[in-house]
Design a protein around this ligand. Structure first.
Ligand SMILES: [Zn+2]
Length: 90
């Protein structure tokens, strides 16, 4: 599936099965488990085989294709409470 040269450096893209990987698609995220991603052994850039991206699209397009849903915390990088505190101390 992988084993080719990295597009960004002289490294080689090696297959690595990761427990969980999040994929962004048009309207959200899909998390795949035990997914064989390609990782460059030099720069660490991640590659996704087309069959993985097809699976992401399949799950994204059909709600019943997923085994379960996970709650994903979403927050702004800037913490509002902390920002107020910082203004006060200036
Ligand atoms: Zn690389």
């Amino acid at each position: 599936m992988y084993g080719y040269k990295c597009e960004y450096c002289e490294g080689t893209v090696k297959e690595k099965v990761v427990a969980q990987e999040a994929f962004k698609h048009r309207c959200g995220f899909v998390i795949l488990e035990n997914v064989p991603v390609g990782v460059c052994d030099k720069c660490g850039y991640r590659y996704y085989h087309s069959s993985i991206l097809r699976r992401v699209e399949e799950i994204a397009g059909r709600k019943d294709a997923a085994e379960r849903a996970a709650m994903v915390p979403v927050a702004s990088f800037v913490n509002k409470h902390r920002r107020r505190h910082e203004i006060k101390t200036i």
